[in-house]
Design a protein around this ligand. Structure first.
Ligand code: ZN
Length: 391
């Protein structure tokens, strides 16, 4: 990068609503598959202070990223631009305005949370899914609710969002929030009664433009709290999606949208009841099957191959059966592949059969002298001949 370049004039600092402007190309360098273009002045906001980079167009060429280094703002473009020429530029306004809504909303909410809790705001990031705010202490639901209500009242009152740069002398008497030590003139963003904070970002002119500030969730984070929020258009899109989900669930459950929780809880309860009923019936079925085996079987080791029993069911049947036949070895088809097995005995050490079985049928598993369980890779034919070898 050229060192002789003058610092870029930051149009966005003067007027956050400047979305189209004319500038002169100062430099253009190839950087892998993109170009780094600097202008004499720009309205493109470079990533920083928690706010994402602006995108847009310079002379019809796509700008995919904007970064600042040593006071010079670099626009990442898909094609080169000739230094010295004048260019028409435009930023993606919908994206930028949303970032302004998120950023101003964050300031208002953070200022109020700090006032109510006494903790510091130590992190801020406008992410692709949520805007996150970090605090260095625990925040109760009451504080978060109160802060959310007050933040939205600032919107209803349409408070101004004032941006002013203070000189070194002036700033001495000003009380403001900042995440880091600042030297030189300080740019302060102030919402009367809510917040006064050092910031380099772009903001809406009045709180009313934020539309809504909504806390989505909060969780413990590094000994403090991370709060997830959405403001303005992003809050609207989020709730549109959430309501569509609730509507779909409501249709599935044939319940009113405001009663889907009760309907789901009832469904889960019924499902639990059915599970225990099925388990009871399964036990009865295993007992009847075991009695039948007892009447018909008179060998040393009872063996059989069954279908679709889970590992739990196979063990349960083996334990019921062992009471009737002394020793049993059960196989069942396994949903994944191959077969599962369970071996139970009140007469011999099951592990001896199991070692042999694992070796012959490419199996894995083990257990106690009275019960072993596992799975084999071999198919039905090999299992059948293994069973034949036992008797
Ligand atoms: Zn800020």
């Amino acid at each position: 990068m050229q060192k002789s370049l003058e610092k870029t004039v930051k149009l966005y600092e003067e007027d956050a609503y400047n979305k189209e402007f004319e500038a002169v190309v100062m430099s253009c360098e190839k950087d892998k598959d993109r170009y780094l273009v600097s202008l004499d002045r720009t309205a493109f906001y470079p990533e920083g202070g928690g706010q994402p980079a602006d995108t847009g167009y310079i002379a019809g060429i796509r700008v995919t990223d904007t970064q600042e280094k040593d006071g010079i703002i670099y626009h990442y473009t898909e094609n080169p631009l000739e230094p010295g020429i004048s260019v028409q530029c435009s930023i993606d306004w919908k994206r930028r305005f949303s970032n302004m809504q998120q950023h101003s909303g964050e300031h208002i909410l953070s200022g109020i949370i700090v006032q109510l809790s006494g903790f510091d705001n130590v992190g801020f990031h406008i992410g692709s899914e949520f805007v996150t705010l970090d605090y260095n202490g625990p925040l109760t639901d009451e504080i978060l609710k109160e802060a959310e209500s007050r933040a939205n009242s600032a919107i209803y009152a349409n408070l101004p969002v004032n941006v002013r740069v203070y000189s070194n002398e002036e700033i001495i008497d000003v009380d403001y929030r900042s995440k880091k030590e600042i030297e030189g003139p300080v740019r302060i963003v102030e919402v009367p009664g809510c917040d006064r904070c050092a910031c380099c970002g772009t903001h809406v002119a009045r709180a009313g433009e934020i539309g809504i500030i909504k806390i989505i969730k909060a969780q413990n984070y590094k000994g403090g709290t991370r709060v997830y929020i959405l403001c303005g258009i992003r809050a609207l899109e989020h709730f549109r999606g959430a309501l569509e989900s609730v509507d779909k669930i409501s249709t599935l459950l044939s319940a009113r949208p405001d009663q889907v929780f009760e309907a789901t809880a009832q469904l889960l309860e019924e499902s639990e009841e059915q599970k225990s009923r099925i388990a009871g019936l399964q036990t009865k079925l295993f007992e009847i099957m075991a009695e039948q085996v007892e009447n018909e079987f008179d060998g040393n080791i009872y063996t059989t191959i069954m279908d679709d029993l889970s590992a739990d069911e196979l063990r349960q049947y083996a334990l019921i059966l062992v009471e009737k036949v002394g020793t049993c070895l059960l196989f069942s088809t396994n949903a994944n592949e191959g077969y599962r097995y369970a071996c139970a005995s009140s007469e011999i050490d099951c592990r001896e059969i199991t070692v042999n079985l694992n070796k012959t049928l490419e199996g894995r598993g083990g257990g106690t002298p009275k019960l072993t369980q596992g799975a084999v890779k071999s198919g039905r034919e090999k299992i059948e001949s293994f069973i034949a070898s036992l008797t």
